[in-house]
Design a protein around this ligand. Sequence first.
Ligand SMILES: Nc1nc2c(ncn2[C@@H]2O[C@H](COP(=O)(O)OP(=O)(O)OP(=O)(O)O)[C@@H](O)[C@H]2O)c(=O)[nH]1
Length: 381
Amino acid sequence: MEYDLYRDKTHQSFGDQNYEDSAAFPQGFEYKETIEPETTPDEENIRPRILLMGLRRSGKSSISKVVFQKMQPNETLFLESSNKIMKENVSNSAFVDFELWDLPGQIDFFDPSFDADVVFGVRGSLIFIIDAQDDYIEALHKLHTTVTKAFKINTNIKFEVFIHKVDGLTEDNKIETQRDIHQRAIDDLSDSGYDQLHLNFHLTSIYDHSIFEAFSKVVQRLTFHLPFIENLLNLLISNSAIEKAFLYDVVSKMYIATDSSPVDMQSYELCCDMIDVVIDISWIYGVKDDAENSAFDDNSASVIKLNDGTVLYFREVGHYLAVVCILREDDFERRGIITYNVLCFRKAMQLLFELMAKKKNEESEYSNKIIICTHGLCTRK
Ligand SMILES: Nc1nc2c(ncn2[C@@H]2O[C@H](COP(=O)(O)OP(=O)(O)OP(=O)(O)O)[C@@H](O)[C@H]2O)c(=O)[nH]1
């Protein structure tokens, strides 16, 4: 594997004409469709809450610690059963900013001695974890009572079901277990008149990337600007001959958004591995004298060429947010266009961050700027 890691300080601003490989740019810019960011209701400013629920020993604390505290999966074997709510503030980047509540399995939060409105009454997601290696009939019963009661309190809450510990199942068994759990859960809801309650199912394990991928989807459903970012990524890949592009939170390695082509687990894992390499190399070779400032910063960029003709392209586009692209080596010949277009994307993201921080009455000015910015993308012809 050949890699070429560099920190590029020459492209800090969109207006900077000093682009790499500038001869590769076409003479004129092609104008693209107008895309508007989502409107920003007041609710957007409320920090969402993600609740981890499920029976005892289903794996709630392990998930929280592996995804957000970088605990090694085999260390979770020694975790003790929790008997109180564990709250954590997850605040990595503009889009990964929420409260994570790990609720112990043995407590009934709908008991009158609890104020269930306080727990379930806010914007967020309820993740119910089912141990797929155990008999799941009791878990399904608990899932039903939990989601229906939570739905009565807050109809906007998003429900996610993690069919967890699937590392212990064969491929056939995984599919059969998912089908069975899905069918039973949906039938139970339908029998009790909750057809409008939607559950999203994910197969997960802390021993591979599936838990990160599932958590990525949970976070995406809570992101107001997701359609806008997906549109930007679609524009980026179609104008730059990129096969797949992800916007990553580099701390947790969750992807905040991707283009509209299907996600395959291998590509996702490859990009996660690249993030690890970039961070590790930055720490080994890039720590400055004061040790406070790592070389890994908002201008970090990297290219890795694999010996099967695939190129991985990484560039920071915000605080701990990075675009990671997969493309063919032949298409990487005109690297300048890709760099230029990623910088356009970064500029659009920066304007989005400003938009998110501005008050509602200033919205129109910023959305106009974003539209102008995306019009400037180069087209690879
Ligand atoms: N094989 C396998 N084991 C897992 C996985 N996730 C968690 N475990 C194990 O499951 C056991 C229970 O995990 P915990 O995270 O303590 O479960 P919990 O739901 O927080 O339990 P309570 O605190 O009692 O509510 C531990 O031994 C973990 O190592 C997984 O994906 N695969």
